[in-house]
Design a protein around this ligand. Structure first.
Ligand code: KIV
Ligand code: ZN
Length: 385
């Protein structure tokens, strides 16, 4: 069983979600919770982006004690110097330097030849080496880069001292089979690739970020990058909690796990949602309000008999209180009886039957029937009348 390292970029790529702007105190609060969650690396920001971001990265670097703190930097001396200024007090620091490698970016954005891209990337890693022992190099838009050129870039930056080679699917364009193969190719084409960390970084534009990250792991990735709740540019980054639970639930397939303290997932998710203002959709996997809720009578009856009938993850495992049976018109007698027990009633079967009729009448008037509604229903002596 392999342990996959988790690189959290909620505070950098996640903060690139439109409308999100975290202040230093908020970044520190999230970083300390990410540490409790057990991530390996925390990308605290992009120090050269603004004086405020530099201050935030520096404060996170001072406060975090167990995880490695990372700052993003373009492949320029100034950005790398700023990253060092922000990270110099960290217990453990990593520079994350990036440069686009795809033909589209080379031609339209960078206006650079392949040779210039390699020259720039190598110079950046060498400059970073003056300050950092850990350096991640990201080949931006790697998934749309010619495989031979990507391998050339990887070899050049590894020779220059990069310790992590990240292969981002920057625009969420790749597919699982294609992305997994890029990792396999790197391991075949790049001497020494097996000695460094190979990292995946997926965006969710086509809704394939989790599948692509899992395919990368199967292809040989040793680190997964993503954010909590999947926040990030456009359609977001891969949701780390989803990757972690997929690995944990299907160890039989992936033969890999993470060192995350899964019980901290609910707390981390709620904190990130509250501080970023990004609402978690009810049906979101692992952390949505409905992720452990059962509405249909058949499902409710099933989980009451044995949770495994309709639950592949127990709510408690990721830090939620317990499964929820949503009381509404689809609920059956078994769930209703269970709810009455939970509310402290032990009624005769005839009383339960009577109350159940009144409950169903109420369900036609209300989508969801709350505990208070049920208490009122019983207290109105519907049962004993
Ligand atoms: O998506 C991306 O390419 C990035 C890089 C800066 C790693 O976020
Ligand atoms: Zn990204």
């Amino acid at each position: 069983m392999r342990t996959i390292e988790i690189f959290d970029t909620t505070l950098r790529d996640g903060e690139q979600s439109p409308g999100v702007n975290l202040n230093t105190q908020e970044k520190v609060e999230i970083a300390l919770q990410l540490e409790r969650l057990g991530v390996t690396r925390i990308e605290a920001g992009f120090a050269a982006a603004s004086p405020g971001d530099l201050r935030s990265v520096a404060e996170v670097a001072r406060r975090v004690k167990h995880a490695t703190v990372v700052s993003l930097a373009r492949s320029t001396q100034n950005d790398i110097d700023k990253a060092y200024e922000a990270l110099k007090d960290a217990k453990d620091a990593c520079l994350h330097v990036f440069l686009a490698t795809s033909p589209i970016h080379r031609e339209y954005k960078l206006r650079m030849t392949k040779e210039q891209v390699i020259e720039n990337a190598v110079a950046a890693v060498k400059h970073g080496k003056k300050y950092f022992s850990q350096i991640e190099f990201s080949a931006e838009d790697a998934s749309r880069t010619e495989i031979e050129f990507l391998a050339e870039v990887a070899k050049a930056v590894i020779d220059a001292g990069a310790t992590i080679f990240n292969i981002p699917d920057t625009v969420g364009y790749t597919t699982p089979k294609e992305y997994g193969n890029i990792f396999r190719e790197m391991l075949v084409r790049v001497p020494g690739a097996e000695k460094i960390k190979l990292s995946c970084h997926c965006h969710d534009d086509l809704g394939m970020a989790v599948a692509n990250s899992l395919a990368a792991i199967e292809g040989g990735a040793t680190q997964v990058e993503g954010t909590i709740n999947g926040i990030g540019e456009r359609a977001g980054n891969v949701a780390l909690e989803e990757v972690a639970l997929a690995l944990d639930t299907r160890k039989d397939i992936y033969q890999a796990t993470t060192a995350l303290n899964l019980q901290e997932i609910a707390r981390t998710s709620k904190l990130v949602s509250r501080l970023t203002g990004m609402i978690i959709p009810g049906n979101k996997a692992v952390v949505g309000a409905n992720a452990f809720a059962h509405e249909s009578g058949i499902h409710q009856d099933g989980v009451l008999k044995h949770a495994s009938t309709y639950e592949i993850i127990q709510a408690e495992k990721v830090g939620f209180k317990s499964k929820q049976l949503v009381m509404g018109k689809h609920s059956g007698r078994a769930a209703f009886k269970d709810k009455l027990n939970e509310l402290g009633y032990t009624l005769e079967q005839a009383e339960i039957d009577k109350a159940f009729v009144a409950f169903k009448e109420l369900c036609d008037k209300k989508k969801e029937v709350s505990d208070e509604d049920i208490l009122a229903l019983i207290d109105a002596k519907l049962v004993t009348e």
